[in-house]
Design a protein around this ligand. Structure first.
Ligand code: TYD
Length: 203
């Protein structure tokens, strides 16, 4: 039986979601909630090794292989970290999750979205986030924030990043109740206040 809360943070590289995740975690801690922060890919253990391959392997990686590696990381993450925490009544704040695979491998790499949804569902055993905060940023700003030291995914090119951004917005349109869009041009404090307003009804 579900007891805790599962909130995911999504957006293109350099959108500011990690800063918002940390601010929210701090706030919830001061309010006395039991919170864990985690991420995909590569929260812990086996996932860390999968992350290393996904972000730094410099040979050819097929799109299907890439998807399955992200999904393998997700299955391990959900089973060993997220579910146990939720069952203990904790609030789980997760940096990237199912929508990253839909946006990057589906819209970005061009894999079939229905198949990605199907595979995501297997990887998570059907567990869905209670809420997803999507930080929308234009591609130019996103790439400028990433800078010169790009990992394998960030090096996929500007057109790829554009497709990912559009993909995310499509996902939000399809599930407006779960996926809330924030405009990353706002200041960190403005965004934090908006995030607090959005999560308040869940607490
Ligand atoms: P990370 O350094 O965690 O990026 P960020 O700080 O922007 O979250 O790198 C994760 C990268 O992997 C990022 O470029 C998005 C990509 N990714 C996918 O392509 N598919 C996925 O399912 C996930 C979880 C991440």
């Amino acid at each position: 039986m579900e007891k805790g809360l599962f909130i995911t943070f999504e957006g293109c590289d350099g959108c500011g979601k990690t800063t918002q995740l940390e601010l929210l975690a701090k706030y919830l801690n001061t309010q006395g909630f039991s919170v864990i922060t985690t991420r995909e890919p590569g929260a812990k253990g086996l996932g860390v090794q999968l992350r290393e391959i996904l972000l730094n392997y410099d040979g050819e990686v097929s799109s299907n292989c890439e998807s399955f590696l992200f999904l393998a990381d997700r299955a391990q993450h959900i089973d060993t970290i997220v579910k146990p925490a939720i069952y203990q009544g904790k609030i789980v704040l997760c940096d990237r999750h199912i929508d990253s695979t839909a946006a990057y491998q589906g819209y970005g790499r061009g894999l079939d979205i229905d198949q990605i949804n199907y595979l995501n569902n297997i990887a998570t055993s059907g567990l869905k986030p209670n809420l997803t905060l999507l930080f929308d940023v234009d591609t130019e700003t996103s790439m400028a924030r990433v800078g010169k030291n790009k990992d394998r995914m960030e090096s996929a090119g500007i057109e790829f990043q554009e497709k990912v951004r559009r993909g995310y917005l499509e996902l939000a349109k399809a599930e407006p109740k779960r996926i809330r869009v924030f405009d990353s041009r706002k200041t960190i404090e403005q965004l934090h206040q908006e995030v607090l307003g959005t999560i308040a009804p869940l607490l």
